[in-house]
Design a protein around this ligand. Structure first.
Ligand code: NCD
Length: 358
């Protein structure tokens, strides 16, 4: 078994994402991740097990007895939420997922209030947090920090798991999990997710949810991906290289109406202008054709769905909000359930929850 304690940081960081995967799995060998850092850790078997566990946790939580049982499952554990970038949904859904399972939580939401402001390195800061808790859920602007933190902690005297809740422009694996859960649920009584067409629209260059979800979709059979964006914000080469390597059908263009007509799911994203090097750069790009409104809604099939990781600006018109195909509200709530499933699995409670009497 590949152990993260048997490899130096230099050798580990030089591996491809697929090669890193076994080092990040639970030593118990059930295939579930220990550290959750990127989408490449999830294959179809794990995705299906996490969706099943989310449904199970949802069901158990319906009765008071079940909810109290869930609260006992990880009542002996503590989690820390370290969010040095803005967040509403990801923070609150992880927090509530922890609370559902009984974990005690603490948080730092602003690096300016931690000793980083005194010049402490980020890795020292993470090691400090690890002294007090059993899990760190972190969101940060730096691409590789979650990964380096995972290696550092596994090789320290406090080896605890890291859960990446968004790393820069790079990856957002738990968002992609909730997106997959939403897609699986939406199509489960309509023939499943295999063979579907998913359109991504908006800022595909800097949207980390797009990179993670595009990869997860490659685990399903014959799912076509369409990328609709202004050319300045089109999907990056590394995402396309994976699709090519896996033989996935894809298209890249700028016609949202045409894409909507052939899509089962349209995944809208906002312009990520926090990454503009000189302020207001993105404002010069014409994004008017990359918004989903009444005309696009009329072109979407009756079983089609509209998704968005949120927050939205004006890329989905509010006139879509009460249409049964608008899935973004349910998508958000699905996040709490699948994050609870992931946290329970991280600590090895998948089997117990699947088989408990509730
Ligand atoms: C996304 C993110 O932070 O990457 N939001 C989220 O987690 N739901 C998308 C975004 O901010 O546009």
């Amino acid at each position: 078994m590949a152990k993260i304690t048997d490899i130096s940081w230099e050798d580990f960081s030089a591996l491809s994402l697929e090669e890193k995967r076994p080092y990040l799995a639970r030593y118990a060998g059930d295939g579930m991740p220990y550290h959750t850092l990127f989408a490449q850790q999830f294959d179809r078997d794990i995705l299906e097990r996490l969706c099943a566990l989310s449904n199970r946790i949802r069901f158990i939580n319906k009765s008071k007895e079940g909810a109290l049982y869930l609260k006992s499952v990880l009542a002996h554990k503590r989690a820390m939420l370290y969010f040095s970038q803005p967040s509403s949904r990801t923070f609150l859904s992880h927090l509530n997922a922890c609370q559902l399972l009984g974990l005690t939580t603490s948080s730092v939401r602003d690096a300016a209030t931690s000793s980083e402001a005194k010049g402490e390195s980020k890795i020292d800061t993470i090691r400090t947090f690890s002294s007090y808790v059993d899990l760190i859920i972190m969101r940060c602007p730096e691409k590789g920090l979650a990964e380096q933190s995972a290696w550092e902690l596994s090789n320290s005297e406090r080896p605890i798991p890291i859960l990446n809740a968004g790393s820069g422009k790079d990856q957002h694996p738990t968002q992609a999990l909730l997106d997959i859960y939403t897609l699986v649920r939406s199509f489960e009584e309509k023939g499943g997710l295999d063979g579907r067409t998913v359109t991504f629209c908006g800022d595909l260059l800097r949207g980390r949810t797009v990179r993670s979800l595009s990869y997860l979709l490659t685990n399903f059979n014959d799912v076509k991906q369409i990328f609709v964006a202004p050319k300045e914000l089109q999907v990056p080469e590394d995402v396309i290289a994976i699709l090519k390597q896996k033989g996935v059908r894809y298209e890249i263009h700028d016609d949202l109406k045409a894409a909507t007509r052939e899509s089962d799911a349209v995944y809208m994203t906002r312009i990520q202008d926090e990454w503009d090097e000189s302020k207001g750069e993105s404002a010069k790009i014409d994004t008017s054709r990359f918004k989903f409104g009444a005309e696009e809604l009329a072109l979407l099939g009756k079983d089609g769905i509209i998704m968005h990781p949120l927050p939205r600006r004006d890329e989905i018109a509010t006139c879509c909000d009460h249409d049964p195909r608008a899935m973004y509200w349910r998508q958000m709530r699905n996040g709490m359930w699948i994050r609870a499933a992931l946290i329970a699995s991280t600590f090895g409670y998948e089997k117990e929850l699947m088989n408990c009497g509730y």
